[in-house]
Design a protein around this ligand. Sequence first.
Ligand code: NAP
Length: 264
Amino acid sequence: MNLVYPWRHARSARFAVIGDPVSHSLSPKMQNAALRELAEPGEYIAVQVPESEVGPALDHLADLGFEGINVTVPNKAAACRWCRTVSEFAATADAVNTIALGSRAGINTDGPGFLETIAAYPGRRATVLGAGGSARAVVLSLAAAGYEVRLWNRTESRATELAALVPGLTVLNKPSVANADIVINATSASLGGDGLNLDWSEAEPHALAYDLMYSAEPTVFLASAGDRPKLDGREMLVAQGALAMEFWLGRPVPREPMRRAVGI
Ligand code: NAP
């Protein structure tokens, strides 16, 4: 658990993650490991910011001299509105997860970070389960990278809304792992121990099972995938965090110390 500062009582530091709640975030441990490895001065802390107070909180943190802010649930859309410039991907996703406070420039490293973690795996067919905030970043980045994307969501209308942004995307009417090189669980079903009743006997033997939930223990989704290759959400967490640090520092950031800090 992090020591969390309500934003009005935040002490000054160089970097922070803002969210609500934010006490369980792994980012301070991971990003401080990166700063130490690079012998960079300063510290990365966790600051609690309710969604309705994102604008004044970011103004206040800028006044305190913070250089870089990561934004987590539920504040990514409000952060997008605070920024003076927003990258094209962040604007399409309506989600900023990384801000350079001095220039008020916002980007989204969730999508590029996700792509970094699957780069070594073969195939261009991806099935995404879920249509919430993380699914949105994943679907948009997969489509932009040329993947053939299939999408299923429990509430079909949300899948259809997301599909409207992505030409050629197929909406599935039931969860399926067939005909995919990568199957991504972007639902929060694993939080409740739900495996989505997938029939993995239909899946390709090489299919990568990727659960976006952080978990040192295999989730029901990952356990049900049998011997297939597997990744959990800590991989995406590390990659998006490293890309954020590179944006702020303007220098390469090694992933290994960050991976160790989150237990991979
Ligand atoms: P979100 O915006 O609240 O979306 C939740 C999604 O899960 C919706 O598609 C929802 O479907 C679906 N869902 C919830 N319970 C379900 C169930 N029992 N069965 C089937 N579908 C269910 O959440 P999010 O922020 O995208 O987070 C989703 C997952 O990604 C979580 O496990 C979270 O921990 C993880 N995550 C990881 C990272 C990372 O960096 N690795 C970053 C963010 C989130 P409906 O539309 O039908 O409600």
